[in-house]
Design a binder for this molecule. Structure first.
Ligand code: GAR
Length: 192
């Protein structure tokens, strides 16, 4: 089973998946790491681990993910023999044709207990809403903004005195626990 990972940022979730692959707890290999951000530390992490990387060219758009770019991404993932695509801090909305190239084979992690707080900076949204508990969710991607069937969630308490950063830090710890576990669940569903 070959995983393709897409990310835009520092890649700590990619690292957690990589660690799971390295210690044998995820029965798969990482075939390719792709990023729309040439400066994203996720690419450095992948290179250090000897994993092939590729850039996603979004034609200068800040947040849009143009259809041609999605088609190119699908082609690159296919050429690398990828079976399952894991979005790990990827900040663009995946739609056709990428979604159609990997039906039910694209999953995402989001830093909130979906359906609560979809979108950007979900930890900040939770803090501002004053909820006592938030968390993170791994789900199948269906073309909506952080929608799609839930695979696994992890809960995190909101503590008195939390700042956006302290809360995000605590959520990330849970993300690093549930993402490898969710991948194991998806692989088991696929009979692997
Ligand atoms: C993570 O908190 C992830 O859940 C979030 O970006 C961060 C990436 O961190 N993703 C989203 O908000 C997507 N809606 P990482 O690059 O260190 O894995």
């Amino acid at each position: 089973m070959r995983l393709g990972i897409l990310g835009s940022g520092s890649g700590t979730n990619m690292q957690a998946i990589l660690d799971g692959v390295a210690d044998g707890s995820i029965p798969a290999e990482i075939a390719l790491v792709m990023s729309d951000n040439p400066q994203g530390y996720i690419l450095e992490r992948a290179k250090k681990a000897g994993i092939p990387t590729a850039l996603i060219d979004c034609r200068g758009f800040k947040s849009k993910y143009p259809e041609e770019a999605q088609a190119e991404t699908a082609e690159t993932l296919r050429a690398a023999g990828v079976d399952l695509v894991c979005l790990a801090g990827f900040m663009r909305l995946v739609k056709a044709p990428l979604l159609e190239s990997f039906p039910e084979r694209i999953i995402n992690i989001h830093p909130a207990l979906l359906p609560a707080f979809p979108g950007l900076q979900a930890w900040r949204q939770a803090l501002e809403a004053g909820v006592p508990e938030t968390g993170c969710t791994v789900h199948y991607v269906d073309g909506g903004m952080d929608t799609g069937p839930v695979i696994l969630q992890g809960k995190v308490p909101v503590l008195a005195g939390d700042t956006p950063d302290s809360l995000h830090e605590r959520i990330l710890e849970q993300e690093h626990r549930i993402y490898p576990e969710a991948i194991r669940m998806v692989l088991a569903r696929l009979g692997i």
